[in-house]
Design a protein around this ligand. Structure first.
Ligand code: SF4
Ligand code: SF4
Length: 282
């Protein structure tokens, strides 16, 4: 038996919303009993794009994180009070029965991911079904993954070592994360490349007409560690260190021949724009 899941490669997501629209196209106005009733025209986001903005000033980045039902191995949406209406199939897909869950608004709040939406007209809680009606019909993928133009969503069988999804999880093992894993829900949806903080800035020479300097050496070292990362400023005098640990003190040093270096310490409670580092001539 397969065990289905999705891997979201956040680094590949451009926030185009094709997945969101594909979900709407599949479910609005379409009943797929016994696993789902039609999605209403408005108000539901069975797959939603969370925008994560980080940095300040001119060094701002936006990442998009698609969030949907995580089809948890230990789903908090299934409780002793609703086990008749919500169930987990042997292939790992968690289903809210659209008939047995009528009137059960309490189920909406049982999901810690905010993945369940209330259908006022039908009086039922609803969410992503991992396009189970398609899979049960022999399809090999789900609508959101099928329509993603960048390959940011990969659907497949987590128990098949030869599937694309399993190979991807092995290849990127050091970057794989589960969303809110501390809750013990054990999601079947996995994330690659959840954004980490960056430190960026620019180097300027105090005595030059030009605002910026290309080729200045900038180093970064986590306090208490020996490893030093070195970059050169680009044409605009900009530098950037990506993928840093959160809540860590880093020492940054900017150097350019004939000028006094500048050193400063920055804490990554979030991405940081250290602004202009102005080097004075010797
Ligand atoms: S994400 Fe929420 S709705 Fe989906 S299985 Fe987990 S707890 Fe249930
Ligand atoms: S379709 Fe793919 S690239 Fe576009 S928003 Fe969805 S996951 Fe991101």
């Amino acid at each position: 038996m397969a065990r289905y899941g999705i891997v979201v490669d956040v680094e590949k997501c451009t926030g185009c919303h094709s997945c969101f629209l594909a979900c709407k196209d599949e479910y609005i106005g379409n009943d797929y009993y016994p696993t789902s009733a039609a999605q209403p025209n408005e108000g539901h986001k069975w797959i939603q794009l969370k925008e994560v903005e980080h940095g300040t000033g001119t060094k701002i980045k936006v990442d998009y994180i698609p969030v949907m039902c995580q089809h948890c191995v230990n789903p908090h949406c299934i409780t002793s009070n609703n086990a008749d209406a919500v169930y987990r199939r042997s292939d790992g897909i968690v289903i809210i029965d659209p008939k047995k869950a009528i009137g059960r608004k309490d189920i909406v709040n049982a999901c810690p991911y905010g993945a369940i939406f209330w259908n006022e007209e039908k009086s039922i809680p609803q969410k992503c079904t991992l396009c189970v009606h398609m899979l049960d019909n022999g399809e090999k993928t789900v609508r959101c993954a099928e329509c993603c133009p960048t390959g940011a969503l990969v659907f497949g069988d987590l128990d098949d070592a030869d599937s694309e999804i399993s190979k991807l999880l092995v290849a990127k093992a050091d970057k794989v994360k589960s969303f809110k894993s501390e809750l013990g829900t054990r999601p079947s949806t996995k994330y690659i490349g959840i954004p980490k903080p960056f430190i960026a800035g620019e180097v300027i020479l105090s005595d030059r007409q030009c605002d910026c300097v290309k080729g200045a050496k900038v180093t970064l070292k986590a306090n208490g560690e020996d490893k030093v990362i070195e970059v050169q400023t680009d044409f605009f005098g900009d530098f950037e260190f990506k993928g840093l640990a959160r809540n860590t003190d880093y020492t940054i040093k900017a150097e350019y021949e004939g000028y006094y270096p500048i050193e400063l310490t920055v804490r990554t409670h979030a991405s940081q724009n250290v602004g202009e580092l102005v080097l004075k001539a010797k």
